[in-house]
Design a protein around this ligand. Structure first.
Ligand code: SF4
Length: 348
């Protein structure tokens, strides 16, 4: 790693401007923090974390939708991390404490098993990026039990990147693209960012050398005057991605515009279930009454953190009122959340 870091320092000597690289993956942030990668980089190279934690990105309104169902007596099945993500009137954990039937599952198949065993209506709160959305789609096309439906909170990474680039708020000039998401979508969806915005990009794997190599490859693109999508994670990511998974996504979902936690509405960024499968769409099956709500928990700066313009250390609640045992905001809940990672591995 030291050799590569020396090469990076040499590269930066030939680059006249600072480089701000954004990544959008909780696993990348984990690797960066666990291995102190930021400390190995020259001061001209900054890596900032964007909206890479799928649980953190679910906005309060969608948590409220689930809370509404839970409080109406519907059984909710979802991933463990989702239980502590705050809505406005509490979290699913609070609803469970109030007596609602909220169950932790490890995958959508567990939700199917629950629905097969009980008579009650079961809703699977389906959160995750392009990586997990195909598993939801696969269950929907394989005729799940009639008492099971899905609340799709699945989100797409490229539209969020486009939003961030065009907003100019974070002023990024390079991207490390997420390995897991890219195994599904391939590298083509990123091309626009290099072609239109002149941004060098590297799809990266998750060990420390992958991340350092991706930084090196980005700097080399700067040195060579290039802006293209390169694939450092060839052992898992193909240019065309996973075509079968993409076909499943296409079959089951349409793409719509919704807000993300910390973001206003991001155009064409969320997967919603198509009308052909409306009997499995919890939003169609139930009259869910939720008012327009905002994410912000007082004092929490998850929004700016998810947009890459703030670090957890800038939050007054970090390590005090907010910690993994008592998360105030979504970014402290999941092990993929930027605040949770910073709590465990120290600053920057
Ligand atoms: Fe929100 Fe807690 Fe992170 Fe502060 S430390 S931004 S309160 S999640």
């Amino acid at each position: 790693m030291k050799n590569l870091s020396r090469e990076i320092v040499k590269r930066i000597e030939n680059i006249s401007r600072p480089v701000k690289i954004m990544h959008v993956c909780g696993s990348h942030e984990h690797t960066i923090m666990q291995h102190g990668i930021r400390s190995l980089l020259p001061k001209e190279v900054e890596i900032v974390a964007g909206p890479g934690c799928p649980v953190c990105c679910v906005p309060a309104r969608e948590v409220e939708e689930c809370l509404y169902l839970a409080r109406q007596g519907v059984t909710i099945a979802t991933f463990g991390d989702m239980l502590r993500v705050p809505g406005v009137t509490g979290s699913l954990m609070d609803a469970k404490a109030e007596g609602a039937d909220v169950r932790i599952v490890y995958g959508v198949n567990n939700a199917v098993e629950i629905a097969e065993k009980i008579d009650n209506e079961v809703v699977f709160m389906a959160a995750g990026f392009e990586t997990t959305a195909p598993t939801t789609a696969a269950e929907i096309v394989s005729e799940p039990p009639e008492n099971l439906s899905f609340l799709s909170c699945h989100r797409m990474i490229p539209p969020a990147l486009k939003f961030l680039i065009e907003s100019g708020e974070v002023n990024l000039n390079a991207l490390i693209e997420p390995g897991h998401v890219s195994t599904i979508i391939g590298t083509e969806p990123y091309n626009l960012f290099s072609e239109k915005y002149n941004i060098p990009q590297v799809v990266a794997g998750f060990n420390p050398l992958d991340v350092l190599m991706s930084v090196y490859m980005i700097l080399k693109q700067f040195k060579d005057g290039k802006a293209e999508v390169q694939n450092e994670y060839k052992r898992a990511v193909r240019e065309e991605g996973n075509v079968k998974a993409q076909e499943l996504l296409e079959e089951v979902f349409y793409v719509t515009s919704r807000e993300w936690r910390g973001f206003p509405t991001i155009p064409d960024s969320v997967y919603e279930i198509k009308d052909e499968f409306s009997q499995f769409n919890a939003r169609e099956k139930f009259d869910i009454e939720v008012e327009e709500v905002q994410d912000v928990v007082k004092g929490c700066i998850c929004g700016p953190i998810l947009r890459g313009i703030a670090r957890p250390e800038q939050c007054k609640l970090f390590r005090k009122e907010c910690n993994p045992m008592n998360p105030v905001g979504a970014c402290m809940v999941s092990k993929e959340g930027t605040c949770n990672i910073a709590y465990r591995y120290g600053s920057m």
